[in-house]
Design a protein around this ligand. Structure first.
Ligand code: PLP
Length: 385
C-alpha cells in the first residue's frame, strides 16, 4: 500500500527535480539528505562487517519501508520493530524479514503476527515469560506457520527480559520444545550505555553488561541450547560490541538519521558522533518577533522536543539554534555574526530526537544537493500500537 502525498507533501511533489526546489519547500517538512543518509548506512555496514557482526537495524527510528529496503541492500539481515503495528505496517510495505524486539500481551496482536508469518513473512519475536511462549506457539500452529524466537535477556535495562541464567535456560527449553516455534537465540539490548558521551566510560559500561550476558550465554551452551543469534547493540555501542565479541548482530537505529541527543556522543572514540545529521525539519521564517527574532512555523507538532535544541542550517551553514516558542513555532537564536533571517526564508533544522520526530511526519522529502528528488512514505508513522 503506497500512500498518496497530501498536505505540504502534495504541494512539494509538484517541484520534484527542479533546481533549488529544496529551498522552496512548503513547510514544516521532514527532509532526508540522501547523500548523508547513504553515508551513514554505508559507515555502519562497513564498521560491522569489519568487526564480523551482522546488522539488523531498528526500524523504530525511521518507520519507512524504502529505508528498510536500502539497509537490506547494504547487507542488513532484516529490521527490528518496537511494536506490532510498526511491524505490520512495514510488512504491508513489502518488508518481509522483521523482528519484534519487545514483549506484548495481546492475543489479537499475536494472531495478527501469525497471519503475517503465514502470508510469507519471516517474523521473529522475543519472549521473556512462559505464557508468551505458549501464546506464540498456539497462534503459529493455528495458522500453520512458525515464529523464530529469541529469549529476551535483561542485561541492565530493567525493561524486559529475564535476568538470570537459570530463567534463560528454562525459557529456551520451552521454546525448543514448542512445535510452532524455532529457537534461534537471544536478544540482549544494553540500552543504558548507548548515550554515554565519553567513549571510555561507555566502553566500561558495555563491558559490565557484557559480563552479565556472557554468564547467560555460557549457561545456555552448557544446557545444550547454544544461541545462534545474539542480537542487541545500538548506534552508541556497535563499535564496542565488535570488541566484546558476544553479539552476533547489531540493532542500531538512530545512525540512519542522527539527532542532537547523539551529537555529543563520541561514538568511535575519535572525538565526534561519526554519523551525519541526515534528517532535518525544514521550516519557514513566518515573521519577526517584537524583540527582533525570526519566528519559524515548526514547534512540538513537527519536532519531538526530548533532546537538545536543533541547529539551524541555511545553504549548508549553521546560522543559529532553535528555541521553542509554542506547539507550532520556534524562535531562531542567531549565531554570532548572523542577522535575523528575512521572512519567507526556508531553513533546515536538525532534530532533538529522531525516532519520535519521524513519528510526526507522513513523508520524507528526499533531497540531494539543492533538489528535492523524491517523497518516501513513512508507512509505520503513528503505528505505536
Ligand atoms: C531494543 C532496541 N534495540 C535497538 C535500539 C536502537 O538504538 P539506537 O537508536 O540508539 O541505535 C533501540 C532503541 O531504543 C531498542 O529499544
Amino acid at each position: 500500500m503506497s500512500l498518496a502525498p497530501f498536505g505540504a507533501a502534495a504541494l512539494n511533489q509538484t517541484i520534484i527535480g527542479e533546481p533549488g526546489s529544496r529551498t522552496r519547500l512548503e513547510t514544516p517538512a521532514a527532509v532526508l539528505d540522501l547523500d548523508l543518509f547513504e553515508r551513514n548506512v554505508a559507515l555502519l555496514a562497513e564498521t560491522c562487517r569489519k568487526a564480523g557482526l551482522h546488522v539488523r537495524p531498528h526500524a523504530k527510528s525511521h518507520k519507512c519501508a524504502e529505508i528498510a529496503r536500502r539497509q537490506m541492500a547494504a547487507g542488513a539481515l532484516g529490521v527490528c520493530c518496537a511494536k506490532p503495528g510498526e511491524l505490520l505496517a512495514l510488512f504491508e510495505g513489502g518488508v518481509t524479514d522483521l523482528l519484534l524486539s519487545a514483549p506484548i500481551a495481546s492475543p489479537v496482536k499475536i494472531d495478527a503476527l501469525a497471519r503475517a508469518a503465514a502470508a510469507g513473512g519471516r517474523i521473529s519475536v522475543i519472549v521473556d515469560r512462559a505464557d508468551l511462549i505458549r501464546a506464540f506457539d498456539d497462534a503459529a500452529r493455528r495458522h500453520g506457520t512458525s515464529f523464530d524466537v529469541l529469549i529476551d535477556l535483561d542485561v541492565g535495562l530493567r525493561r524486559s527480559g529475564v535476568a538470570t541464567p537459570a530463567e534463560a535456560v528454562a525459557l529456551a527449553r520451552l521454546v525448543n520444545e514448542a512445535r510452532g516455534l524455532r529457537y534461534m537465540g537471544v536478544q540482549a539490548y544494553q540500552g543504558r550505555v548507548q548515550h554515554i558521551d565519553d567513549f571510555e566510560e561507555r566502553r566500561a559500561g558495555n563491558r559490565a553488561m557484557g559480563r552479565l550476558l556472557a554468564a547467560m550465554l555460557g549457561a545456555l551452551r552448557e544446557a545444550g541450547l547454544p544461541p545462534g543469534i545474539v542480537s542487541g547493540g545500538g548506534t552508541g555501542s556497535h563499535l564496542l560490541d565488535g570488541e566484546e565479541r558476544l553479539l552476533t548482530e547489531i540493532q542500531a537505529g538512530s545512525y540512519v538519521f542522527m539527532d542532537e541527543a547523539y551529537n555529543s556522543v563520541d561514538i568511535h572514540g575519535r572525538g565526534g558522533p561519526e554519523f551525519e545529521p541526515a534528517l532535518r525539519i525544514a521550516v519557514t521564517v513566518i515573521g519577526h518577533s517584537s524583540a527582533g527574532f525570526a519566528i519559524t512555523d515548526g514547534g512540538s507538532k513537527s519536532f519531538a522536543l526530548d533532546g537538545p535544541p536543533p541547529r539551524v542550517f541555511l545553504a549548508g551553514r549553521m546560522v543559529g539554534r532553535i528555541e521553542w516558542c509554542g506547539d507550532e513555532f520556534g524562535r531562531i537564536l542567531p549565531e554570532p555574526g548572523f542577522d535575523t533571517l528575512p521572512i519567507g526564508t526556508v531553513v533546515e533544522c536538525t532534530v532533538p530526537h529522531c525516532d519520535p520526530t519521524t513519528n510526526l511526519h507522513d513523508f520524507l522529502h528526499v533531497a540531494s544537493g539543492d533538489r528535492l528528488i523524491a517523497l518516501w512514505p513513512v508507512e509505520a508513522r503513528g503505528r505505536s500500537d
